[in-house]
Design a protein around this ligand. Structure first.
Ligand SMILES: [Zn+2]
Length: 271
């Protein structure tokens, strides 16, 4: 396991988190991807699902191939948590190499709720719609091992960035609540970036209250007449340029959420 205080694994060196379930860190670290994208392999007796193939990078593709060979399985299914390039760029190439099925096709719709990929024995991967970071967000449960692969819907150290207007606060709140009904504290969440999350249900409850506190904070600032343009700097102090853009998008997402919330005494609510 990669816990929050651990050194990150090295790109290209697989980390097994449960029997048949392994992670490969992609060599694409930057301000947006943190240590890089987490690519996941779930192997069963009849095949393997690769979740979030990551960047189209020769070393990463070779590491994926080597991992499947180590397990002695064929990659039969390529699954995507969402369409962002750091998760999806290698999709076509992996599918081509292994003649695997891609679900869903990038930019061509979202996998249906409850879609289940069966990999033999008790091993299956079940898709759950979790929009919010983006509109097409999906999490994947591996019930036999009590694992939930969350893509960028849940991260261990930071609140995931809301890719507004594609992602919305209303969606992320609903998705976190939904995940809380699917996992328990004996489940582990496996995010698309960074360390893993134990005690999943409690973690989601804490993060959900933190989101609500931030929304209430911004609503209170607006009520006191704070200018909208200055909210990012009031709420988030000491941000570098890249993270500031992300913070700004998150503030915009909260403003959109507050604007579209029905206001008592006002007709309509959307401006
Ligand atoms: Zn993303």
């Amino acid at each position: 396991m990669w816990d929050i205080d651990d050194e990150p694994p090295k790109p290209g060196e697989p980390m097994e988190v449960a029997p048949g379930v392994a992670m490969l860190l992609a060599p694409n670290a930057d301000a947006w991807t943190f240590e890089g994208t987490n690519t996941w392999l779930v192997a069963g007796p009849d095949g393997a699902a690769l979740i979030d193939p990551g960047p189209d990078d020769p070393a990463h593709l070779a590491a994926i191939d080597a991992l499947a060979h180590d397990y002695g399985v064929r990659i039969t299914d390529v699954l995507l948590s969402h369409h962002h390039g750091d998760h999806a760029h290698a999709t076509e190439e992996v599918a081509r190499r292994w003649q695997a099925t891609i679900s869903p096709r990038v930019h061509r719709g979202v996998i249906a709720e409850g879609t289940t990929v069966r990999l033999g024995g008790r091993v299956e991967v079940r898709a759950h719609r979790t929009p919010g970071h983006t509109a097409d967000g999906v999490s994947f449960a591996v019930p036999a091992e009590r694992l939930m692969l969350t893509g960028d819907t849940v991260l261990a150290r930071v609140n995931p960035f809301i890719s507004h207007p594609d992602g919305t606060i209303g969606d992320i709140l609903a998705s976190m609540q939904r995940l809380g009904t699917l996992v328990d504290d004996d489940w582990t969440m496996l995010p698309g970036h960074g360390p893993m999350v134990r005690n999943s249900r409690s973690f989601l409850e804490q993060k959900l209250s933190a989101r609500h506190r931030r929304i209430d904070q911004i609503a209170a600032l607006l009520e006191r007449g704070a200018p909208r343009e200055s909210l990012t700097d009031i709420v988030y102090t000491s941000l570098d340029r890249t993270r500031r853009n992300a913070a700004r998008a998150s503030v915009d997402a909260i403003l959109h959420y507050l604007d579209s919330r029905p206001v008592p005494g006002k007709r309509g609510g959307t401006q």
